[in-house]
Design a binder for this molecule. Sequence first.
Ligand code: 0X9
Ligand code: ZN
Length: 304
Amino acid sequence: MQNLTSHNGIYFWINQTSQEHSDMVKVILIGSSFEKRPLHVMKLSGRRGAVNRAMWMDCGIHAREWIAPAFCLWFVNYALRFYSHNSEITEMLNNMDIYILPVMNPDGYKYTWTTDRMWRKNRSVLKEGSECVGVDLNRNFDARWCTKGASNDPCDPTYCGQYPESEPEAQAVAKFLRSHKDTVKLYISIHSYSQMLLFPYSCSYDEAPNHNELLELTKEASTKIRRYYRNHYKYGPGAKTIYLAPGGSDDWAYNLGIKYSFTFELQDRGRYGFLLPPSFIPQACNEALLAVKITALHVIKNTQ
Ligand code: 0X9
Ligand code: ZN
């Protein structure tokens, strides 16, 4: 059998998991990538009636950040395994639907497995024969699009694309969230590396209206990660904590009205970088799981 976390392995796993847990998992096709790979979202729900609260989590916007899709798979497996055994995941699934996009950039992800391990962007081709390929999907959203911190040169790794949502992957996510904006209260985008818990804004130095609440929440998550796993995570608004970077999905989702919007940068802090050894996966995922639980439970407590 192929590796579980290869591009094909993940499609196989999504299919198998949804069949084995058809009571809790539904698969929704939200669009397809530039190279026509399907974008499958897994909808997880507890064994209960309908609720009108949801969270969204995407992994693998950036192709080379392999720990990100691994975390989405880890999270789904954990949720299915520990629902009704672990109180936090049970409370989450009893009070919200969880939409998970395990690989937002499947073309880029495949390319990192076959051709260039350090590829970041998607694989869109502007015109046949043009020498530079790919748009940075986390610069392609409509949040001060293509201002300082993004590039308008198609050869750069942070190329913003021809216009906001020019890319089918970004467009599919934006369209889904627009049509679910009344229920989705929490947006999380999983990246690596650098160990940071980021919230808006990254597209400007402006303070978000609920800045203090988001700061306290990420501080709590960071403190608990340090206490339980002895690992250090920085926290704060993206622009000040990492760098100015417009066109990101988190800022866009925030402006759409999702007031709890985060980018989590998982392990490590640069020793292995994107090439995180497999033996680090369990701890990296447990750290991220803790941050997801803390934010989700806060959202459940503080939203209708
Ligand atoms: O630059 C990015 O897109 C993210 N860092 S990464 O090293 N994974 O590429 C940070 C994203 C923070 N949020 C926004 N820029 N909106
Ligand atoms: Zn990234």
